[in-house]
Design a protein around this ligand. Structure first.
Ligand SMILES: [Zn+2]
Length: 308
């Protein structure tokens, strides 16, 4: 497995879109989507002479070792490790790196030359899937530009996640670390093993390319928008994170079966069980990312629809 899945440019100046698939090894949809998308772009430029592409698209694999094992991670969650002080530390450490730190250093070494040589806007789109069914969503990094990109993916936008967790790609690829031209956004494409999660990821990347200005609306097939809009139908447009249930292995956390993304719950609902007994909702809201796999540091999240 190579780090770089593909790159595409026609030589015209423009934005840089970096797409990461498989940041978690049990979430192959983003990788599969990128493999298909690079083929689609080559075909498009052959069959449509008017097709215009500005800037550059790069697709990379996130956690290669975990992708090989089809596990979320080997030793530690790669998407909780994007912390500048930690990265500085491991870059100077050399050979004694553990599995995820090795992935981090390789990813950075791979992406840095593309980022530093781009004079236009840059977006890092990180594609994930969830263990639960029922709902796609996008997560902005707190900046205005990121919110615009999140909205452009025709999925419910979840605000406040950046405060609910730490050390994700969203926290790292931002203006503070890389300057004004940098932004990032996450797309959650559905359940890990749904074949449609791959199609939705392709549509999300295309929506992102259009919002950035790499491709024109007239060159985008409406089926890509329709895939996202159909699946997001009935889901709230914008929600706010109101609660994060962090867990550790000692908690012996087990989610109650059957919860879906964006499922409404009332105060008193038994959401899970752990070493202290039932985990009961204190307020009303909607469940997001209920944990139905062994590895993970968050048991579930609660969000509420907001006007924006
Ligand atoms: Zn993930």
């Amino acid at each position: 497995m190579d780090r770089i899945i593909g790159t595409y440019t026609t030589g015209l100046d423009g934005p840089l879109l970096i797409v990461i698939g498989g940041m978690h090894g049990n979430e192959p949809a983003g990788v599969l989507a990128l493999e298909q998308l690079f083929d689609l772009l080559e075909l498009e430029s052959e069959k449509n002479p008017a097709f215009e592409f500005r800037g550059k698209l790069i697709g990379v694999r996130g956690n290669i070792a975990a992708l090989k094992n089809k596990e979320r991670f080997i030793k530690r969650d790669l998407n909780r490790s994007w912390i500048p002080s930690h990265l500085e530390h491991i870059k100077s450490q050399g050979a004694s790196l553990d599995a995820e730190d090795k992935e981090l250093v390789e990813l950075l070494n791979c992406l840095e030359p593309f980022i530093t040589s781009s004079s236009d806007q840059i977006c890092v789109l990180d594609i994930h899937t969830t263990t639960a069914h029922g709902g796609i969503f996008s997560i902005p990094n707190g900046s205005t530009r990121s919110l615009e990109l999140a909205k452009a993916m025709h999925a419910p936008v979840v605000l406040g996640m950046i405060e609910g967790i730490k050390g994700t790609s969203l926290h790292y690829f931002n203006q503070a670390n890389w300057g004004d031209k940098m932004t990032s956004v996450v797309f959650e494409a559905g359940q890990h093993d749904e074949p449609l999660a791959v199609d939705r990821s392709i549509s999300a990347i295309i929506s992102c390319l259009r919002e950035l200005g790499c491709i024109r609306s007239s060159d985008v097939e409406s089926k890509h928008e329709a895939i996202l809009k159909t699946y997001a139908k009935g889901l709230p447009t914008i929600t706010q994170l109101i609660y994060t249930h962090s867990i550790s292995p000692d908690d012996q956390f087990v989610m109650e079966p059957g919860f879906l993304n964006f499922q409404s719950i009332e105060p008193g609902t038994v959401l899970a069980r752990d070493i202290n007994g039932p985990v009961i909702a204190q307020e009303s809201g909607m469940v997001l990312m209920p944990l139905y796999q062994k590895q993970g540091e968050d048991g579930f999240f609660l969000v509420q629809p907001v006007e924006y």
